[in-house]
Design a binder for this molecule. Structure first.
Ligand SMILES: Cc1cc2nc3c(=O)[nH]c(=O)nc-3n(C[C@H](O)[C@H](O)[C@H](O)COP(=O)(O)OP(=O)(O)OC[C@H]3O[C@@H](n4cnc5c(N)ncnc54)[C@H](O)[C@@H]3O)c2cc1C
Length: 392
């Protein structure tokens, strides 16, 4: 029997194939050359340049999963998943990833999935080209996890809706040209009374009330928005009136998968960085990675990361095949976000004092990872969903 020594190289795992691995290399090269070197500067500036959207569009990364007819690449969610994972793996910035993905993964999909042809021409085509930036507005000062309790109203008046209310914690909220916005279109609101309207930043009464300061994701903008008698043409309604709750839920699956895949990429980066550091840094006459305590800790980190990756790829496979995957996606989100946070913290510990310094990017990874168990549906909400799918 020939024993093949584990070289550490990754075999291609389903649902990916050769073409995805080629894309992976292309993305990794681009991110390493044009994003990673600027991350510190963009974090300090509290934003990355708007030009980055155009550059990513030029290379086809914003339209991987959208049809060529709209300027996309005609690929699938698997191609998008490669982009998401490699951006996290090679870029190392939760903020840059958040700003790009809020546009491509949570704002544009409802327009593609539920918009009319005219709406796709107005927002999807320039969105894929990186000319117009989108954001998704669901969360409000008084309603987060309890999505059905949103209070922003859209009252029909002739050919328009008059929108009043506020949204908060909106990624890209400050720079977005269009906002896919959840509003109450009945007095009661709730599951049967919410609709998606597309608001545009130049509409009178649409105001960016604040750019919020936060713990991590510094290079992304997180905005608070206020709407006062904003007149939104009825043609900006996405999908059916009062059918918005279904649209919100449909969008969550991909958003949560994107967060899970991003965490997989971030964990790979952290483990590679930590192994390199543990082999290089010496204490008591030995590289610290040769101490059993540290070697075992890194082995555990790798084990947890691999398990989270396998779970996530499986949820992606189900999603790609169009199967019911709400339980698997929720499990992935729950598992990956906590695991990534723990691994980031362990990585910081292994880097000692240097981990606490800005230079190594590890303290940023810890701060960025902290959002995972909150954003896109909290850990507690994931547990609620998983429990319900089990009949509890
Ligand atoms: C940086 C950042 C970016 C974001 N980007 C966007 C965006 O682009 N668009 C957008 O719409 N939103 C965005 N969000 C909002 C995010 O989705 C919400 O913060 C999240 O859904 C939680 O809502 P909340 O903050 O109001 O917490 P709450 O819902 O008030 O929850 C507070 C706590 O109570 C717990 N809790 C609530 N209900 C239950 C329950 N039934 N059982 C047990 N525990 C419960 C929660 O898990 C949490 O621990 C962003 C948030 C942040 C911080």
């Amino acid at each position: 029997m020939t024993v093949v020594k584990d070289s550490g190289a990754r075999a291609i795992m389903p649902p990916f194939g050769d073409e995805h691995e080629q894309l992976r290399e292309t993305v990794a090269r681009f991110v390493a050359a044009e994003i990673a070197p600027h991350v510190d500067e963009w974090e300090a500036a509290r934003e990355f340049p708007r030009e980055l959207y155009r550059r990513c569009a030029e290379l086809g990364f914003l339209g991987l999963k959208f049809p060529e007819a709209y300027g996309g690449q005609g690929g699938t969610h698997r191609h998008d998943a490669v982009w998401v994972e490699e951006l996290a793996h090679s870029g190392g910035s939760g903020g840059v990833a958040a700003g790009l993905h809020a546009h491509t993964s949570i704002a544009m999909p409802p327009i593609f999935n539920f918009g009319s042809e005219e709406q796709k021409q107005r927002w999807l085509v320039p969105g894929i080209a990186g000319e117009k930036i989108g954001a998704l507005g669901i969360t409000e000062p008084g309603a987060g996890s309890d999505v059905a309790s949103i209070a922003t109203t859209a009252k029909r008046q002739g050919d328009a809706y008059i929108v009043n209310g506020a949204k908060t914690f909106i990624t890209n909220g400050v720079r977005a040209d269009f906002l896919v916005c959840a509003c109450k279109t009945t007095e009661e609101g709730g599951h049967g009374g919410i609709s998606f309207l597309v608001l545009e930043r130049e509409m009178p009464g649409y105001e960016v009330a604040a750019k919020l300061e936060k713990m991590g994701w510094h290079s992304s903008d997180t905005g608070e928005l206020a709407f006062t008698d904003v007149e939104v043409p009825a043609e900006n309604l996405l999908g059916e009136e009062n059918g918005g709750f279904k649209l919100i839920m449909a969008n969550f699956a991909w958003e949560r998968l994107v967060m899970s895949i991003g965490a997989v990429g971030a964990m790979r980066r952290l483990i590679e960085t930590t192994v390199a550091y543990a082999l290089d840094r010496e204490a008591f006459g030995h590289p610290i990675g040769k101490f059993q305590a540290i070697r075992h800790q890194i082995a555990e980190m790798a084990t947890e990361a691999e398990a989270a990756r396998a779970q996530t790829y499986d949820a992606l496979r189900l999603f790609h095949e169009g199967r019911d995957c709400i339980k698997e996606v929720s499990i992935s989100k729950l598992l990956t976000q906590r695991t990534a946070l723990r691994i980031a913290d362990q990585s910081l510990q292994i880097h000692g004092g240097y981990g606490y310094m800005r230079e190594y990017g590890i303290e940023r990874a810890v701060r960025d990872a902290r959002l995972g168990p909150i954003g896109g549906g909290t850990d507690e909400i994931m547990k609620e969903i998983i429990g319900k799918t089990m009949g509890l």
